[in-house]
Design a protein around this ligand. Structure first.
Ligand SMILES: [Zn+2]
Length: 219
């Protein structure tokens, strides 16, 4: 199992979790396993699992631990991750974290940290094209003309749930649910904390150094 690398990545919305995951996957041949993406794929392909997840979410429930664990187990049993994986969106609570630790040898849990004010600044600057669905960010990816999509000319709007109040609630939920999970991994000395404030390349280099990974630029 020499070159195998198994990581979990955690971070608040706007911390660049997706970006850092794909940079690490590109550079080190890892498989990015996003539980949210697996659920979304199943919902859009109308699978049995997708229907199950949709029913729960529509009723305002969280997807149960046994469904989430089964999805993760099935995904990992595909063994298409010769060099390892980065898992994202799991575990979400202590029982899931304990299940995961019992079943897999994890090398590290990457926790991307970002001050609430910076999360607000990043998330509240997001815009979405009503025409083609492209994402914009008034800090990092500005449209050429204000409020107009560069690609299709559609109108850019803010998402309904990107309000300061809704974001504050999501942040509170995030901290309430993830801190106990981070504690579980922390007891095994697996947690590395990285400041997600600097540029994406600086954050990437910082993660790489913490993990003892060689100096490989992302593709
Ligand atoms: Zn557009």
């Amino acid at each position: 199992m020499g070159g195998m690398r198994k990581y979990v990545i955690m971070g608040v919305q706007g911390s660049g979790k997706g970006t850092q995951s794909s940079m690490l996957c590109d550079a080190f041949g890892l498989e990015h396993i996003s539980v949210g993406d697996i659920f979304r794929w199943n919902i859009s392909h109308h699978t049995k699992l997708g229907a199950q997840v949709r029913r729960l979410v529509d009723a305002g429930h969280l997807v149960s631990d046994d469904i989430v664990e089964r999805v993760v187990r099935d995904r990992l049993e595909q063994h298409d991750w010769n060099h390892g994986f980065i898992i994202d969106g799991f575990p979400r609570n202590v029982p899931q974290a304990e299940f995961f630790l019992e079943s897999y040898d994890i090398d590290a849990v990457i926790v991307l940290e970002l001050a609430d004010e910076e999360v607000q600044r990043r998330v509240l600057s997001r815009r979405l094209c009503t025409g083609c669905g492209l994402d914009y960010n008034l800090i990092a990816h500005r449209p050429e003309v204000a409020d107009v999509c560069d690609v299709c000319g559609g109108t850019l709007v803010q998402r309904d749930d990107d309000t300061p109040e809704a974001l504050a609630r999501r942040l509170q939920d995030y901290y309430t649910s993830t801190e106990p999970v981070i504690d579980v991994f922390g007891r095994k000395e697996l947690v590395i904390r990285v400041d997600a404030g600097p540029s994406k390349l600086e954050v990437y280099d910082d993660i790489r150094r913490h993990l003892g990974l060689p100096d490989a630029a992302p593709a």
